[in-house]
Design a protein around this ligand. Structure first.
Ligand SMILES: Nc1ncnc2c1ncn2[C@@H]1O[C@H](COP(=O)(O)OP(=O)(O)O)[C@@H](O)[C@H]1O
Ligand SMILES: [Mg+2]
Length: 259
C-alpha cells in the first residue's frame, strides 16, 4: 500500500476536498482505497456521507488503542473506497500522545499491520503541524500539498517543508513530496494569477499542472454527503480533480504503480 498524506497547516485551503475527490477518482479506476480522516473536525467523514452518529471505531483508536485498520474502517457508498472516520475523541489525542513512547509513529504502526488489502491510503490532515500531522508524515510514503493561491501561501509552505525535513531526519527518511496542487484558483483575480506564477517559478515541476478552480459545486457536494466527482461529475471542479488524479498516478513510485 502506498500512503499519501494530504497536508498543509493552514485551514480552508482544500485539503479535505482534495483528499475526498482524489480518493474517489482512484477508487473509480479500480484501486482499493482507504481514506483516513485525521482531523478532529471530521469533515472528510461527513463529506463522504458518514454522519457522526454512524461512526464507531475511528482514527483515534488507530493512534491510542492501536486497533487495527480492519477493525476501524467502514465501507462508504463509493465502491472500492473505505473510510477510517474521525470522532471528537481525536481532539484529545494530541495531548494524550505527548507522554507516549514513539508518539509520532503510532499511525505508521497501525497502517503497517495492513490486513485490509488496500492499494492506496490517503490521510486527510488537520490544519496544524502538531502530533496528528507528524503521525501522518511519519506514516506516509509521500506528501500532497494543496495550496490556495493567496498572498502568504509560499510563507506557509516553507514552514511545512521545514517540518518535512525534520520528519525525514528523525522519523521517516523515505518521506517524499508528490507535489503541490493549486486550489481555489480564480482566473478573474489578478492576485491569484500572480501567486500561481510565483509558486511555479519557485517550485517548478513540484507543482501539478492541474489547477483546481474555485467552483461552487465543490463546496456544495459535502452537504449532500457526496464527493463532488459523484455529485456533479461534469462541473469544472470535478474535471480538474480527474486531471489531477491522472497526473498523480503518473508520479507514484514505480513499485506501487505495478501493484
Ligand atoms: N475549489 C474550490 N472551490 C470552491 N470551494 C472550495 C474549493 N475547495 C474547497 N472549497 C470549500 O472551501 C472550504 C474549505 O475547504 P476544505 O477542503 O475543507 O479545506 P481544508 O480541509 O484545508 O480546511 C470548504 O467549505 C470547501 O467546500
Ligand atoms: Mg479539512
Amino acid at each position: 500500500m502506498i500512503t499519501i498524506a494530504v497536508a498543509n497547516q493552514k485551514g480552508g485551503v482544500g485539503k479535505t476536498t482534495t483528499a475526498i475527490n482524489i480518493a474517489t477518482a482512484l477508487a473509480a479506476t479500480g484501486w482499493k482505497v482507504l481514506l483516513v480522516d485525521l482531523d478532529p473536525q471530521g469533515n472528510a467523514s461527513t463529506g463522504i456521507g458518514v454522519a457522526s452518529h454512524e461512526r464507531e471505531r475511528s482514527s483515534y483508536d488507530l493512534l491510542i488503542d492501536q486497533a487495527t485498520v480492519a477493525e476501524c474502517l467502514m465501507p462508504t457508498r463509493i465502491p472500492g473506497l473505505d473510510l477510517v472516520p474521525a470522532t471528537v475523541d481525536l481532539s484529545g489525542a494530541e495531548v494524550e500522545l505527548v507522554s507516549v513512547e514513539d508518539r509520532t509513529g503510532k499511525l505508521r504502526g497501525a497502517l503497517s499491520q495492513g490486513g485490509a488489502g488496500h492499494d492506496i491510503c490517503l490521510i486527510d490532515c488537520p490544519p496544524s503541524l502538531g502530533l496528528l500531522t507528524l503521525n501522518a508524515l511519519t506514516a506516509a510514503d509521500t506528501l500532497l500539498v494543496p495550496l490556495q493561491c493567496e498572498f502568504f501561501a509560499l510563507e506557509g509552505l516553507s514552514q511545512l517543508l521545514q517540518t518535512v525535513e525534520r520528519v525525514q531526519e528523525r522519523f521517516n527518511a523515505d518521506l517524499g513530496i508528490l507535489g503541490v496542487v493549486l486550489t481555489m484558483f480564480d482566473r478573474r483575480n489578478r492576485l491569484t494569477d500572480q501567486v500561481a506564477d510565483d509558486v511555479r517559478s519557485c517550485l517548478h515541476d513540484l507543482v501539478f499542472e492541474a489547477v483546481i478552480p474555485r467552483n461552487v459545486r465543490l463546496s456544495e457536494a459535502p452537504s449532500h454527503g457526496l464527493p463532488a466527482l459523484i455529485y456533479d461529475h461534469a462541473c469544472p471542479g470535478s474535471q480538474a480533480y480527474m486531471k489531477l488524479a491522472r497526473e498523480l498516478i503518473g508520479r507514484l513510485p514505480e513499485r506501487r504503480k505495478a501493484a
